[in-house]
Design a protein around this ligand. Structure first.
Ligand code: HEC
Length: 120
């Protein structure tokens, strides 16, 4: 009996919280870091989304490795990495086959280039 009551309360709390999701809540409003660096901001994005293929050595047909600072910096300067993650053309964009990265993560990589591709 006690458990039933607790379950009811949990369900009530869940439905309550769900009914207040606004569009604003769904957009990640986390401000961009003041200065973006590879170690602090970019490495985790690449590790989580790219090295499944762009490992060292690269697998699944990926042509380049993206496991180090120099790899990723070089791919921005010479392999159009930003164009790949920004593209909405699934035949061209990265991650290969989609889905596209969340916009806030794309923005971090774009800002990394603007900030001068710093390592630390
Ligand atoms: C499922 C495997 C896979 C994942 C995950 C993946 N890639 Fe790729 N990537 C490929 C393949 C295969 C190619 C070659 C085909 C092509 O150019 O479209 C490629 C090509 C590229 C190229 C072009 C290299 C060149 O010199 O032509 C870049 C840059 C790139 N990927 C960056 C990324 C980034 C950044 C991510 C993560 C956000 C990522 N990839 C995730 C498989 C993958």
């Amino acid at each position: 009996m006690k458990n039933k009551y607790a379950l009811y309360l949990i369900l009530l709390a869940l439905s309550y919280s769900c009914s207040y999701v606004s569009e604003e809540d769904l957009i990640d409003a986390t401000p961009l870091p003041e200065v973006v660096t590879y170690q602090a901001n970019v490495k985790s994005i690449i590790d989580n989304n790219c090295i499944a293929c762009h490992n060292n050595p690269p697998i699944n047909g990926a042509p380049i490795s993206l496991t180090t600072f120099n790899d990723v910096k070089n791919a921005i300067e010479n392999n159009g990495l930003i164009g790949r993650i920004s593209s909405t053309d699934l035949a061209f964009s990265m991650p290969f086959g989609g889905p596209r990265l969340p916009q806030n993560l794309i923005d971090i990589v774009v800002k990394w280039e603007q900030d001068g591709l710093l390592e630390n």
